[in-house]
Design a binder for this molecule. Structure first.
Ligand code: ADE
Ligand code: ZN
Length: 328
């Protein structure tokens, strides 16, 4: 079995960030929106650094205006994701890009995404769950609106709440109200931390927001006590190595801390984050990990089991995906 065919679980995938550039260009053309500044001559997204990446990301979202656009986006992303062997994925979705935080508008967008997920489960054998994600640099008040949208519409498809965006803005505790609201409603929680911030940011996030998973979390490796805490408490890291390499959150593949964290007993998982932005796929991530750390099929089965055990899904889905992983 090739690395591409290996069944995979992906927990950290931004829906808009996974939009194929050709899909966004086509939508922009339909709507007469000029996005020429965000593409290079090969048609890929182009950005200078993380801050610029965030602004290119927001520009790429501009043509995504209707629920129908999000049906088409979800379908395009799932077709591409499934073609790399992913059988279960979770995706970050943001009311900010879907009606600006208005619950009634959000419901229409969410219904479209959930319908696309259902259709692709039938056509491509991939299961998708959604995690409402507030955008840190939009601030705590906007995060509350996102949490309200999540709480009002949670269910079979929408199972989690989280936060992405510029990590150095605000403190985790500023978002405690939103995360408390989501937790009390029964949503599962994750938060980007330790991608740009140090171990203190991961610790603060765990203490203030009481999340089960951390997005990235790679800088935790700089603090032995925190590494022990992550291992002891079973806090799962959604690691996106190719994203870290391209955005220069690490110096390169050889010095990426994922292997060190895994060896220390931290539950790590593998994802692509925003695959076309970073010229990556799940196959490319596995290939690079295999070449850098010598990981093989047994390691990937183990990593995928960690991921499905940490997935924000119902127990029947978990058992079904686990069976498919083990049978491969
Ligand atoms: N939004 C999309 N990708 C992100 C990343 N890598 N970090 C923070 N926010 C993001
Ligand atoms: Zn991310």
């Amino acid at each position: 079995m090739t690395l591409r065919d290996l069944p995979k679980v992906e927990l950290h995938l931004h829906l808009e960030g996974a939009a194929p550039p050709a899909f966004i260009r086509g939508l922009a053309r339909e709507k007469n929106i000029d996005l020429s500044g965000i593409f290079d001559e090969d048609g890929g997204y182009v950005f200078r650094n993380f801050e610029h990446f965030l602004s290119v990301y927001e520009a790429a979202c501009e043509p995504l205006k209707s629920a129908e656009d999000f049906y088409r986006l979800t379908t395009a992303v799932l077709e591409e994701t499934a073609s790399h062997g992913v059988i279960y994925a979770e995706t970050f979705i943001s009311p900010d890009f879907c009606g600006g935080g208005d619950v009634a508008a959000w419901r229409d967008y969410l219904d479209a995404m959930a319908q696309a997920a259902k259709d692709c489960e039938t056509s491509h054998g991939i299961t998708l769950k959604g995690i409402v994600t507030c955008i840190r640099h939009e601030g705590p008040e906007q995060a509350k609106r996102a949490a309200k949208c999540a709480v009002e519409t949670m269910g079979d498809f929408l199972t989690g709440y989280g936060m992405a965006g510029a990590e150095m803005m605000h403190r985790p505790a500023d978002f405690a109200y939103s995360f408390d609201m989501a937790r009390e409603a029964g949503l599962s929680l994750t938060c980007h931390a330790g991608e740009w911030g140090g171990p203190d940011m991961v610790t603060e996030t765990l203490d203030a927001l009481k999340v089960a998973r951390i997005g990235h979390g790679i800088n935790a490796h700089r603090d032995a006590d925190l590494v022990k805490r992550l291992a002891d408490e079973g806090i799962v890291l959604e690691v996106c190595p190719g994203s870290n390499v391209v955005l220069k959150a690490v110096d390169g593949w050889a010095s990426h801390p994922i292997a060190k964290l895994r060896d220390a007993g931290v539950p790590v998982t593998i994802s692509t984050d925003d695959p076309p932005f970073f010229h990556t796929t799940m196959t490319a991530e596995y290939d690079a990990l295999s070449k850098t750390f010598g990981w093989g099929a047994d390691d990937f089965l183990d990593l995928n089991k960690v991921a499905i055990n940490a997935a924000f899904c119902d127990e029947a889905t978990r058992a079904d995906i686990l069976k498919r992983l083990e049978q491969a």
